[in-house]
Ligand binder design. Structure first.
Ligand SMILES: [Zn+2]
Length: 155
């Protein structure tokens, strides 16, 4: 069973957060999917017939015989971009069919799965952040306490 833990292992992300740079590297270089911003791709979106769709969805993956393109709205926050890229990566990771974000009820399960994938990795990022903060506080605490003890003995 493919899951987010296998994903972490496969891309050697153990113990660290998944950054925008990292997920973009995986999508572009490891999976050979092009990333295009809506704002720079109006012509292409028109040609493939997804210009209207791009008005109400912030990202989707387009594939045909010769192309694998992840289209994404360029006017969103970095946090949203990371979440959407993780969501789209979820579709790729689970081998969902092309246009998984677009169609009917049959695809709802795929959307749920991709969202779940993104949510788990997103939450993992903030847990790692909290862990690092906790370790830092613990180190400071140990330094302060040992300084106090050393001072006690010197005096
Ligand atoms: Zn989707």
């Amino acid at each position: 069973m493919k899951n987010e833990k296998l994903f972490i292992k496969k891309y050697q992300l153990e113990g660290r957060k998944i950054t925008l740079v990292e997920i973009e590297d995986i999508i572009i270089n490891k999976q050979g999917i092009e990333i295009c911003e809506y704002q720079e791709s109006e012509e292409e979106l028109k040609i493939i017939g997804f210009l209207d769709y791009s008005k109400y969805a912030d990202s989707f993956i387009y594939t045909d015989k010769n192309h694998r393109i992840l289209f994404i709205n360029g006017n969103i926050s970095e946090e949203n971009r990371l979440f959407l890229l993780l969501h789209e990566e979820g579709h790729v990771w689970y081998n969902h069919q092309p246009f998984a974000c677009i169609n009917d009820n049959l695809k709802l399960e795929n959307e749920r799965e991709a969202d779940n994938f993104a949510n788990l990795l997103f939450k993992r990022n903030s847990n790692l952040h909290r862990l690092r903060y906790f370790i830092l506080i613990a180190i400071i605490f140990i330094i302060v306490i040992s300084t106090m003890i050393i001072n006690l003995f010197i005096a």
